[in-house]
Design a binder for this molecule. Structure first.
Ligand code: DGL
Length: 259
C-alpha cells in the first residue's frame, strides 16, 4: 500500500478529463494535478520547449512526493515521454490518441483524428498509425483554437460550434464514422463535436484506457492507496483564481477538484 498521491499533468485543464476517469476507477487515490497554464497551449510549441516544460512540470510533482505520474497530454507524451522516464525514478505513464480502438471500431474503414499540431507531427503518432491502422484510412486534423476555448470554459454554444463546424468539415466530407479525440481537452467538447458530426459517429478518447493501465501498474507494485475517498488537489503555473473558475464551469468537476 502507498498513500502518496498520483501526479497528473497537462498544459492546462484538459487533463482533468483523464483525472476524472482515474478518480472514477480508483476513488481512494489522492490526485495531485498540475496545470501548466502559463505555458498553455503546448500544441504549437517546438519539441524542445515542450520537453523543457514537461521536465519542469514532472519535477514539481516529483518534489512534492508522488508515487507515479500520468502525462495527461498527448502532445507532451509525443515529445517527452522517453525523456521523462529517463529523468525520474517513478512510473511515468503517457497517453496516446485512441487510434487502435478506432481502427477496430470503424465499419466504413475511415477514421478521423482530432489532435494538436504537435501530436500529429510526432514520430510516436506516425508509429501509432502505421502499426494499428493498417487497412484503415486515417484523416488527421490539427485543431488550433480548441484548447483555448476549453481553457476559457467555452465548451458549448456558438463559439465552440462555429469553430468545430469549420475544423471538422474535412472529416464530414471524408465520411468517417469514428473520431479520435486525440487531445485531452477535447472530451470536454464531446457534445459539441457530436452535434456537428451527427449521432452516427462514434467518439473515442483514451482516458479510461490510461486509468486501467495505471490501475495495473499500481496493483503490480502493491502501491494502491487504501484510505478514505481521494480528492484532486490542483496546482497551476497560471492564475489559480482564473483556473478555479474554469474548473467550476467544466461539467462534473466542480465538486471534485480544488485549486
Ligand atoms: N491537452 C493536451 C493534449 O492532450 C495539450 C493541448 C495543448 O496545450 O496544445 O494534447
Amino acid at each position: 500500500m502507498n498513500p502518496l498521491p498520483i501526479g497528473i499533468f497537462d498544459s492546462g485543464v484538459g487533463g482533468l478529463s483523464v483525472a476524472r476517469e482515474i478518480h472514477s476507477l480508483l476513488p481512494a487515490e489522492p490526485l495531485l494535478y498540475l496545470a501548466d497554464t502559463a505555458y498553455c497551449p503546448y500544441g504549437g510549441r517546438s519539441v524542445d520547449e515542450i520537453r523543457a516544460r514537461s521536465v519542469a512540470a514532472v519535477g514539481t510533482l516529483y518534489e512534492r512526493g508522488v508515487k507515479a505520474v500520468v502525462v495527461a497530454c498527448n502532445t507532451a507524451t509525443g515529445a517527452a515521454l522517453e525523456l521523462l522516464r529517463a529523468e525520474f525514478p517513478i512510473p511515468i505513464l503517457g497517453l496516446e490518441p485512441a487510434v487502435k480502438p478506432a481502427a477496430q471500431a470503424t465499419r466504413v474503414g475511415r477514421v478521423g483524428v482530432m489532435a494538436t499540431a504537435g501530436t500529429l507531427r510526432s514520430e510516436r503518432f506516425g508509429r501509432l498509425v502505421s502499426t494499428f491502422a493498417q487497412g484503415v484510412e486515417v484523416f488527421a486534423v490539427a485543431c488550433p483554437g480548441l484548447v483555448e476555448l476549453v481553457e476559457a470554459g467555452e465548451t458549448e454554444g456558438e463559439l465552440a460550434l462555429g469553430a468545430l463546424s469549420e475544423l471538422l468539415a474535412p472529416l464530414r466530407e471524408a465520411g468517417v464514422d469514428t473520431i479520435v479525440l486525440g487531445c485531452t481537452h477535447y472530451p470536454f467538447l464531446r457534445e459539441a463535436v457530436a452535434e456537428v458530426m451527427g449521432s452516427g459517429v462514434t467518439l473515442l478518447d483514451s482516458g479510461r484506457a490510461v486509468a486501467n493501465h495505471l490501475d495495473r501498474v499500481l496493483r503490480d507494485a502493491d502501491a494502491l492507496a487504501d484510505g478514505p475517498g481521494g480528492e484532486i488537489r490542483m496546482l497551476t503555473t497560471g492564475n489559480p483564481a482564473a483556473v478555479a473558475t474554469v474548473v467550476q464551469r467544466l461539467e462534473d468537476l466542480g465538486d471534485l477538484a480544488r485549486a
